[in-house]
Design a protein around this ligand. Structure first.
Ligand code: CTP
Ligand code: CA
Length: 244
């Protein structure tokens, strides 16, 4: 193996990344899922490892191979992802929530396969309940002292603009709601992010987003690996600023 050419600016840092979509079980053979490919999270985990970090990757459903240079924890549902993330977060200096966590799950999971009724056209109604917000809980735990000093927490947001608010307006509101340090904002208005390898994001920092004219750092369109490098550049800057 050749030496990595990248700067080892995450050497010794413990980094937790979530990737992929969650699957919310309906019965033993069915789930509600989403179109997340996991590419961005996996690219983040690989890039962090190449920069010297010790990486834990909490992976839901992903369509890409998982890196061998990182510790992988496989999960399916949002509740499993929550347990894995909250258990591991106190041992990590950086937490990056790149996963597409389902907002809702079926209220009940049937313990047998749901069957059609012979001679009837009736269909079941699936009732959903809210999932916990893992990112918010990570931030709350940090606030309660259950985190290493200076822990950096990063969230993702896929937003579309609408008549009343721009993508950035939505993103600033989400950043405030989540309480994380950095929000990676994807404009999905054109619906061209999921499953593709190139992407374009804006990095919004909490300590700079209070100004209405704050537009964040625009990362030029590039591969998810390129975008991952830009995110780590910003995280490294945050680590140094928070420790001085
Ligand atoms: N997230 C999370 N737990 C959830 C939902 C989302 O940790 N139950 C995280 C995602 O991993 C992401 C961030 O929160 O880092 C923002 O996710 P997003 O779906 O954009 O935000 P929501 O608060 O769910 O808002 P929306 O109604 O726009 O989906
Ligand atoms: Ca959501």
């Amino acid at each position: 193996a050749s030496e990595p050419s990248t700067a080892q600016d995450l050497a010794g840092r413990r980094v937790l990344v979530t990737a992929g979509g969650t699957r919310e079980p309906l019965d033993p053979v069915r789930y509600l899922g989403n179109r997340s490919s996991g590419r961005q999270g996996v690219a983040l985990a690989e890039a962090a490892a190449a920069r010297g970090a010790r990486v834990t990757l909490v992976a839901g459903a992903v369509e890409v191979p998982l890196p061998e240079s990182v510790t992988v924890v496989r999960v399916e549902s949002a509740l499993q992802m929550r347990d894995a993330v909250l258990a591991a977060a106190p041992e990590h200096d950086v937490v990056v929530m790149a996963a597409a966590v389902a907002d809702f799950r079926p209220a009940a999971v049937a313990d047998h396969k749901i069957k059609k009724t012979e001679g009837s056209d009736e269909a079941p109604v699936v009732r959903l309940v809210r999932n916990p917000d893992i990112l918010v809980e990570v931030v709350e735990n940090r606030g309660a002292g259950r985190a290493p000093a200076g822990q950096v927490v990063v969230g993702f947001a896929a937003e579309t603009g609408d008549a009343d608010s721009s993508v950035l307006d939505h993103a600033r509101a989400k950043l405030a709601r989540k309480g994380c340090d950095l929000l990676v904002v994807n404009d999905v208005s054109a619906g061209k992010v999921f499953g593709r390898d190139d992407t374009e994001v804006v990095l919004l920092r909490a300590d700079r987003a209070d100004r209405a004219d704050s537009v964040g750092v625009a990362v030029p369109a590039g591969s998810k690996t390129k975008v991952a490098e830009a995110i780590w550049d910003e995280v490294v800057a945050l680590i140094h600023e928070l420790s001085t």
